[in-house]
Ligand binder design. Structure first.
Ligand code: HSE
Length: 298
């Protein structure tokens, strides 16, 4: 990094936790770090092979976010070179686009000295993403609960919860738009009440660190799981195996295609090893919730 440069680090996130559809997010212990230095033209260099397909010109999501945010405040900034290192699997339901958008907002704020408040960043990010779950957790870390409409935004945070996390990653990627396309236009009132109750009990249980209840409610989603689970090989077998292994609960990570499994603290490696053996077509990754959101380092 040159003298004038800085870097930003942003965590991966999982969204929904089942019935917290579009409003619950959890930061995870995988990160993207972007080194930013002034350059003759905008460019992005991804150090990791998995990111080889991502555009590196001005159509890149990080660059586009920087430009949009700077333009919102009627500023212009000099072109930059962005060198990206990341261990976040791409298009696998771990919030990689929210991570990129959060990074873009932080970089724009730094380059144009925008003095953005936390609330500014949360609103801009949620508007760019279209929902608040991943982006709030990427910006703030820990577990976030958001109410986000055109004219109102409320975000509450919990510290990183005392659980271990296993993510089961299938070999295929899935675009969020495609996964949202599986959802119905309407949900019956009675069903919505069930889903809302599951979400409320789950959030209250999380607040009380009662992950046995939270894990059970995580599996009572009616907003998206019934429509999306068809795309997951062995979904019901995996859920059953998770219960037998002692996990608190298993659900779809964000829009998929990965699965999120909440487990008792310090058992994540052991659970990941068992699931790797039972379901070798998935890759099980042992993680922890992350306390820290987006951070700039100079
Ligand atoms: N809440 C979103 C969804 C997360 O499930 O579609 C993915 O962006």
């Amino acid at each position: 990094m040159t003298e004038a440069g800085f870097s930003v680090t942003v965590p991966a996130t999982t969204a929904n936790l089942g019935p917290g559809f579009d409003h619950l997010g959890l930061a995870l212990s995988l990160t993207m770090t972007i080194e930013v230095t002034t350059a003759p033209k905008w460019e992005v260099k991804y150090k990791d092979k998995e990111y080889a397909e991502i555009p590196t010109d001005e159509t890149n999501l990080i660059i586009q976010t920087i430009k949009k945010v700077v333009a919102m405040y009627e500023q212009v900034v000099a072109p930059q070179k962005l060198v990206v290192s990341s261990d976040i699997p791409l298009g696998k339901g771990l919030g990689s686009s929210a991570t990129a958008i959060a990074a873009g907002i932080e970089i724009a704020g730094e380059l144009a000295n925008l003095q953005l408040s936390s609330q500014d960043k949360l609103r801009i990010g949620s508007e760019l993403e279209g929902h608040a779950d991943n982006i709030t957790a990427a910006l703030l870390g820990g577990l976030t609960v958001s109410y986000f409409t055109e004219d109102e935004m409320e975000v509450l945070t919990f510290p990183a919860p005392p659980i271990g996390v296993v993510i089961l990653v299938p070999p295929v990627a899935l675009k969020t738009e495609a996964s949202r396309g599986l959802l119905p236009e309407q949900l019956a009132h009675k069903e919505a009440i069930k889903g809302s109750a599951a979400g409320s009990v789950m959030t209250a249980a999380i607040a009380q660190a009662d992950w046995v209840t939270a894990g059970r409610m995580m599996e009572r989603d009616v907003f998206h799981e019934p429509y999306r689970k068809v795309g997951f090989p062995n979904f019901d077998d995996i859920r059953l195996a998770c219960h037998e292994i002692g996990a608190y609960g298993m659900t779809i990570s964000g829009a998929g295609p990965s699965l999120f499994i909440a487990v008792p603290p310090d058992t994540e490696k052991q659970v990941a090893a068992s699931l790797n053996q039972l379901f070798p077509h998935y890759q099980a990754i042992a993680l922890q919730p992350a306390e820290t959101g987006a951070v700039i380092t100079k």
